[in-house]
Design a protein around this ligand. Structure first.
Ligand SMILES: NC(=O)c1ccc[n+]([C@@H]2O[C@H](COP(=O)([O-])OP(=O)(O)OC[C@H]3O[C@@H](n4cnc5c(N)ncnc54)[C@H](OP(=O)(O)O)[C@@H]3O)[C@@H](O)[C@H]2O)c1
Length: 285
């Protein structure tokens, strides 16, 4: 039996593997499902078993899981392909007979009414249909979605969006990774769905004010229409379909769909979630 983390060469998956090691799980009991052996070399160097597989190639997944494994499926990053990809992973996990399949979905689960949520909802249904014991880690927004994009904010002196006064209960990737570690190493999480979000919800205007405070620059919040936002994002080089997804996210924020929080994340990790101000400070360094 191993604790298995897919997407372990990505930001979140890597933090989960590090968290498992920090929690005292022996490296030999951790397996990383990755598509690049080279990218995963640092994990192998720490004694973590590598299982090479691609969500898009079902034949590569046949040896990714073993009976009794506890698996974290980190949702893929190729929007539009993820239902088929995740379906292949679920099939492989069911065939292997894993003991638990945890999945990083989206805050709100079936109630998340915006385009980016569709593939997560479909994946949860595939997992339910598989009959496998599951845990749904319905992750809210990462602080890093904002703080890793500070350069244009500082360059233009503005946080631009169409979210109005909608609030975002974000947390750091490290917080969500800690929740996954708690589920993989703990007991009693079978067939449960956790709505995971930060302890404090903030608006884009509050975000702009905090960036201004910490950077010492003039940073304002500039509310635009969805159409204007789409134009700005495409003008900045984003492909139109992806820009539309981001505009849809802001619309969802405006409707309060990403403000939800019942403290499940801080309860699961046994500490308060990381304040947004800390993530801004780290990014400004
Ligand atoms: N809650 C949020 O705010 C938020 C924000 C962004 C994304 N997400 C979701 O959360 C996931 C994890 O976030 P992250 O920051 O860790 O993203 P990330 O750094 O892009 O990591 C994604 C991981 O998925 C792996 N992957 C993608 N396609 C794959 C495929 N076809 N086969 C095998 N592995 C594949 C990647 O492998 P490689 O290392 O080989 O590229 C990478 O390890 C994302 O993939 C996305 O679904 C959530």
């Amino acid at each position: 039996m191993s604790l298995v983390v897919t997407g372990a060469t990505g930001h979140l998956g890597h933090l989960v593997v590090e968290g498992l090691l920090d929690a005292g799980v022996p490296a030999g009991e951790i397996a990383a499902v990755v598509r690049s052996k080279e990218k995963a070399a640092p994990l192998a160097a720490r004694g973590v078993e590598l299982r090479i597989a691609d969500y898009s190639a079902p034949e590569t997944l046949t040896d990714a899981f073993r009976a009794g494994d506890r698996v974290l499926l980190v949702s893929g990053s190729e929007v539009g392909q993820r239902v088929a990809q995740h379906g292949a992973v679920v099939d492989a996990a069911r065939t292997a007979g894993v003991a638990l399949l945890a999945y990083t979905g989206i805050l709100g689960g079936p109630d998340a009414d915006f385009a980016l949520a569709d593939e997560h909802k479909a994946t949860e249904q595939l997992i339910l249909d598989s009959g496998l014991p599951y845990t749904f880690l319905r992750n809210g927004w990462y602080h890093e979605n904002y703080t890793e994009n500070l350069a244009p904010v500082l360059a233009h002196g503005a946080v631009v969006g169409n979210a109005g006064a909608g609030r975002i209960a974000s947390a750091s990737r490290a917080d969500y990774a800690a929740a996954a570690v708690a589920v993989l190493t703990g007991e009693g999480h079978e067939n449960r769905a956790y709505e995971l979000s930060g302890d404090t919800a903030w608006t884009l205007a509050e975000y702009a004010a905090e960036v201004a405070r910490q950077s010492g620059r003039d940073i304002v919040h500039r509310e635009v229409t969805p159409e204007q936002h789409q134009e700005i994002l495409v003008g900045a080089g984003l492909p139109a379909p992806f820009a539309a997804i981001l505009v849809g996210v802001d619309t969802a924020v405006g409707q309060g769909l990403l403000a939800r929080g019942d403290g499940a994340l801080s309860r699961l990790i046994g500490r308060p979630t990381t304040p947004l101000a800390d993530a801004i400070a780290a990014a400004l360094k």
